[in-house]
Unconditional design. Sequence first.
Lengths: 114, 109
Amino acid sequence: DAGVIQSPRHEVTEMGQEVTLRCKPISGHNSLFWYRQTMMRGLELLIYFNNNVPIDDSGMPEDRFSAKMPNASFSTLKIQPSEPRDSAVYFCASTFYRYNSPLHFGNGTRLTVT
Amino acid sequence: AQRVTQPEKLLSVFKGAPVELKCNYSYSGSPELFWYVQYSRQRLQLLLRHISRESIKGFTADLNKGETSFHLKKPFAQEEDSAMYYCALSSSNTGKLIFGQGTTLQVKP
């Protein structure tokens, strides 16, 4: 298994542009999480899905952020329009949810908005 | 509300010294607690979980419900332990997993 796959690895864009981050979870996993990592705030949970359904999006910063999971093998996180303060590393993680199940993380997407 | 606090952003010790990375949590239910580690240029990975009561790479962590803490300890630090460490709390009802701000452990030779 290749693990959780995220693309792109790096994204550099200008302020105001739309950014789409992609994630392929581990096959068979039923929960998927999106996190944002910054020096100031560490790892913040943005949104998570169980069985493709968004369960908690209270961590999504504002309406500029949206996430979808159209099927069990794919999820996207979109930022539109992007702003310099969105610059961070975005991680996707998946698990087969049961008591004490660990998360498996992707390598992350490093986003730079200029 | 779920909350995880790691009070130290950076912990610097010499090789062979004891290490304690602090983690405190706030949660009204029965917590599931984890430590994750991120080595340089590697993805975040599970180090240990409280339910397993295991020692991984010489690290242990004991859940203290009275003090609502889950500190990570190692008696003798090694240079390869240098990494970012995150304490995490999961809701047993929903599976929601939140992290503390992380502590960078720097082990000097």
